[in-house]
Design a protein around this ligand. Structure first.
Ligand code: CTP
Length: 452
């Protein structure tokens, strides 16, 4: 594949040398385009030596080869790492004043930005709006990692690790295979690994697909007849050692109700689920996973052929950086253990980017469990979330204790949701059993599909 590696002007530019290595070692031809500012951090000679190709950012170099048009045209993938606040602004605004920005404007294939900047810049309203604009166009903008920044400060803004950027980039250009059906009880515990920092490139290949083969003889004629609906459900578990994990309160009830509602509407349903308190419904193709990375592999694989994707799973945003191969012991004379977490990929954002990269016609529905705080109410956060994620619909429920002090959503049989639309259509409210809410979501999906 022809990959363009754009390098922005930040101290993290040196990490892109490793990213370049990962691309070339995987057999890709890489054209590096550093911005002028970035060459103050890493010189052109480094990029030429590592890529084995001439490197420039000057649109007036080799004018006969019309580089400002050709490079973008020929690119199968463009990765910008580090992406500075300035580069994100230029890309969102359609600027074209150097070779990297003209290339971005010419690109018709997938584009990935790996941001790196100070926390204040990342959280500034301008950057937030620019990232939302890019994501709404199907560009994959990774979230920066959280940690130590250039100065004494820490926070979100670190460049994600090169291996993580590489894995996300490969997911964008891979021909994602279909999930292979096997038996339903194949939900094996998550494999233990001593190198869990990054999603391995092979993560797009489903490693433990576990699908029961649905009984197609019982197919129902309904508004979703012939429609392939992929639903994720349950709460992921992120292993700490062979017996412990980080989990969440999701019961899987809403996801299962959605699967039942979609089946009742005639859809072919693939349910990919993390552990749940309720059984998976008969009639769906079932695949069981445990961790967020497994969910990502299975979801990206199955979404390649899905007409509708509903991401109802509660995905852990973080996983332990190291998984102990033996049970973590308490020892009288040792310090209490400190568990370092690393960020999981945002699967919903990746599904949206994949749809755009493959030019696929697909309706994507996200879920949001929100709580309000002194900075804003749950609705305001949900509105930001649908823009950030780029999904077509967002089913929002406010979680946490209600007036009675009891939990409102998790584990309950009822739900109250508001369904937001990215296109600005009026929100739809639904109240009742989780099945009633699921029927409302399925009804809205059927309406959208019918409207084309
Ligand atoms: N999601 C995902 N991958 C993640 C986290 C969430 O695909 N790593 C999906 C969920 O399945 C859901 C949607 O994103 O459809 C929103 O999940 P939620 O937990 O509400 O949002 P977060 O992205 O985790 O944002 P925050 O925790 O900051 O509210």
């Amino acid at each position: 594949m022809n990959i363009v590696l754009g390098v922005g002007g930040g101290i993290a530019a040196y990490k892109s040398a490793l990213l370049l290595r990962l691309f070339t070692e995987a057999g890709h031809a890489v054209t590096v385009i550093p911005t002028e500012a970035s060459t103050k951090f890493v010189g052109v000679a480094t990029w030429e030596a590592l890529s084995g190709r001439p490197v420039t950012n000057d649109v007036f170099d080799s004018v006969d080869q019309v580089n400002h048009v050709r490079i973008g045209h020929e690119a199968d993938l463009i990765v910008v790492a580090p992406a500075t606040a300035d580069l994100l602004a230029k890309a969102a605004g359609g600027h074209a004043n150097d070779l990297l920005t003209t290339t971005l404007l010419m690109a018709r294939g997938p584009v990935l930005f790996a941001p790196a900047m100070h926390t204040e810049m990342w959280q500034h309203a301008s950057t937030v709006a620019n990232v939302a604009t890019l994501r709404s166009r199907g560009v994959l903008v990774l979230d920066p990692a959280v940690g130590r920044l250039t100065g004494p400060d820490t926070g979100p803004g670190r460049l994600p690790e090169p291996e993580e950027i590489f894995a996300a980039a490969m997911a964008l250009i891979s021909d994602v295979p279909d999930a292979t059906p096997v038996t339903e009880d194949a939900g094996s515990p998550a494999p233990l690994s001593t190198e869990p920092e990054v999603a391995a490139p092979a993560a797009v290949v489903p490693t433990e697909p576990a699908a029961s083969v649905p009984d197609t003889s019982k197919r129902i004629n309904g508004p979703l007849s012939g429609v392939r609906v992929l639903i994720t459900a349950g709460g992921t578990r992120e292993p700490l050692d062979p017996v412990r994990y980080l989990g969440n309160k999701s019961s899987g009830k809403q996801g299962v109700a959605l699967a039942e509602a979609a089946l009742a509407a005639g859809a072919d349903v693939i349910l990919i689920h993390a552990p749940m308190e309720v059984p998976a419904p008969a009639g769906a193709s079932i695949q069981r996973i445990e961790t967020a990375l497994e969910l990502r592999s299975a979801t990206l694989a199955a979404s390649a052929t899905a007409d509708v994707v509903i991401m109802a799973a509660a995905v852990a945003d973080f996983r332990p950086a190291n998984i102990s191969t033996g049970k973590i012991k308490k020892r009288d004379n040792a310090d209490d253990p400190i568990i370092r977490l690393v960020r999981n990929p945002d699967i919903l954002v990746e599904v949206v980017a994949h749809r755009a990269a493959q030019n696929q016609k697909q309706l994507i529905v996200g879920f949001a469990a929100e709580t309000g705080d002194d900075q804003g109410d749950a609705q305001a956060y949900a509105q930001q979330k649908i823009v950030r994620k780029g999904c077509d619909l967002l089913v929002v429920n406010e979680v946490g204790p209600g007036d009675s002090g009891d939990e409102r959503v998790f584990g309950q049989d009822t739900n109250h949701v508001e369904i937001l639309s990215l296109d600005g259509a009026s929100p739809v409210q639904s109240d009742g059993s989780k099945r009633e809410v699921a029927d409302a979501v399925v009804h809205l999906i059927a309406q959208r599909l019918a409207a084309g």
